[in-house]
Design a binder for this molecule. Structure first.
Ligand code: FES
Length: 96
């Protein structure tokens, strides 16, 4: 993960946000993964093919946010992985 070089594992069926929290990584959020706040947005730099498809509901939530014009934007609470991915998200840090 950029810019902090934080790395963590994501289990099958787990979202990026859930995996971060499970491993003591602070990920910005207000709604705690309920797809209401949009604060968990991230920019996908590499490995987009390893992310779950963006649902219409996720796309609608992204369209309401500050990063709406960036096609690489995904919500960490919705994106699930099937392989390595590199993303950019400021404010993410290891807390434990
Ligand atoms: S954590 Fe609020 S929309 Fe993802």
């Amino acid at each position: 993960m950029l810019p902090s070089d934080t790395e963590f594992d994501v289990a099958d069926g787990e979202s990026v946000f859930e995996a971060a929290r499970r491993q003591g990584v602070r990920w910005p959020s207000i709604c705690q993964g309920d797809m209401e706040c949009g604060i968990c947005h991230m920019q996908v730099h590499d490995g987009a093919e390893n992310l779950s498809a963006c649902s219409n509901a996720e796309a609608d939530r992204i369209a309401q946010g500050l990063k709406a014009s960036d096609p690489a934007t995904r919500l960490a609470c919705q994106a699930r992985l099937s392989g390595p991915v590199t993303v950019l998200r400021k404010g993410v840090r290891q807390i434990t």
